[in-house]
Ligand binder design. Structure first.
Ligand code: PEP
Ligand code: MN
Length: 342
């Protein structure tokens, strides 16, 4: 439920509404926008009627939200959420490129890729130290040592680090060494992990699960937002379908679908979304063309030797060529500015 206040509502009017909400053992979150104040009611609203609030002073309108998510909606907050990470922003006017390695393997691999990413002008570096692998026998990542190496990249190249946490202990470590916590596709509905990152001060990159609908994705984002962390970045990384020409089916239609109803930024992962190097640049360009806020991609100096995901890795040269193309596509679609229509 959303309670929209009249433009002339003052602080004491808002307080009265908040008190009425809290009397019902529910929580209120107030958003002050330029033209209006909106109060979203958080908690289980079964049996709670609009009538309870409608007569309170300066209440303009009460909107019943029928979905399982509230804070990520444009009904609640019409402006785009812009996530700031150092001097990088995601969700604003710039195209965000997050690039790096699939897994941190060794110093040479990591620093070669970091040098390339820095050269491209990207500000965010990805790299996994805790790897969610299908087989327990596959390379699982270097763990804390890998995070320490990522922290060295951060210091040496002035890049911000995006890295995955697979459990709550992993979140503690990412908070120590990283800048953005990635929640992988396999953990999109790990609700205790989502609640934990909701309490973090770091932004969260939330990847769409293999079989998750748009509503499932936004409901997972709500777990993070409702714990107080406003900095959630959504990521489309492909879903499972019957199609087998690619590792996953990259669902680019979710980008405008999300932008229409959600205020959260959305980036696209064409590396995991296709699983094949030759498809990465074409699908990255398509992602930018449909209005994604950015892309996240994997690079390896020697893909055939990679310990994970070599078949989808770009070489440094392929990556730099792709970035130049993305820039052209971005400029072409940038104006007129608003891409969220109808
Ligand atoms: C990754 O980005 O390293 C990864 C494992 O991706 P996903 O969770 O989308 O499979
Ligand atoms: Mn990978």
């Amino acid at each position: 439920m959303l309670i929209v206040m009249k433009p002339d509502a003052v602080e004491s009017d808002i307080e009265k509404v908040v008190e009425a909400i809290e009397e019902l053992n529910l929580n209120a979150q107030v958003l002050l926008e330029k033209t209006r104040a909106t109060i979203v009611v958080l908690g289980n609203l079964d049996g709670i009627e609009k009538a309870r609030f409608v007569h309170l002073p300066k209440v303009s309108e009460i909107i019943k939200l029928t979905k399982t998510y509230r804070l990520s909606t444009r009904d609640y907050k019409s402006d785009n959420t812009i996530v700031k990470i150092g001097d990088a922003t995601i969700g604003g006017d710039e195209l965000t490129i997050i690039a790096g390695v699939c897994s941190v393997e060794n110093h040479e691999q990591l620093f070669t890729v970091a040098e390339t990413v820095k050269k491209s002008g990207a500000k965010l570096f990805r790299g996994g130290a805790f790897k969610p692998r299908t087989s327990p026998y596959a390379f699982q990542g270097l763990g804390e040592r890998g995070l320490q190496m990522l922290a060295e990249v951060r210091a040496e190249f002035d890049l911000k680090i995006v890295t995955e946490a697979m459990d709550e202990h992993g979140v503690d470590l990412v908070e120590k060494y990283g800048d953005v916590i990635q929640i992988g596709a396999r953990n999109m509905q790990n609700f205790s992990l989502l609640k934990r990152v909701g309490k973090s001060n770091l932004p969260v990159l939330l990847k769409r699960g293999f079989a998750a609908t748009l509503d499932d994705l936004l409901s997972s984002a709500e777990y993070i937002l409702s714990e107080g962390n406003e900095n959630v970045i959504l990521c489309e990384r492909g879903i499972r379908t019957f199609a087998n020409h690619a590792r996953n089916t990259l669902d680019l239609s979710i980008v405008p679908a999300l932008q229409k109803i959600s205020n959260l930024p959305i980036i696209v992962d064409p590396s995991h979304g296709t699983g094949k190097t030759f498809m990465v640049a074409p699908m990255a360009k398509a992602a930018v063309a449909v209005g994604a806020n950015g892309v996240i991609v994997e690079i390896h100096p020697n893909p055939e030797r990679a310990l994970s995901d070599g078949s989808q890795a770009l070489t440094p040269a392929q990556y730099l060529e792709m970035v130049a193309q993305l820039d052209t596509v971005f400029k072409a679609v940038q104006s007129p500015k608003s891409q969220v229509q109808g």
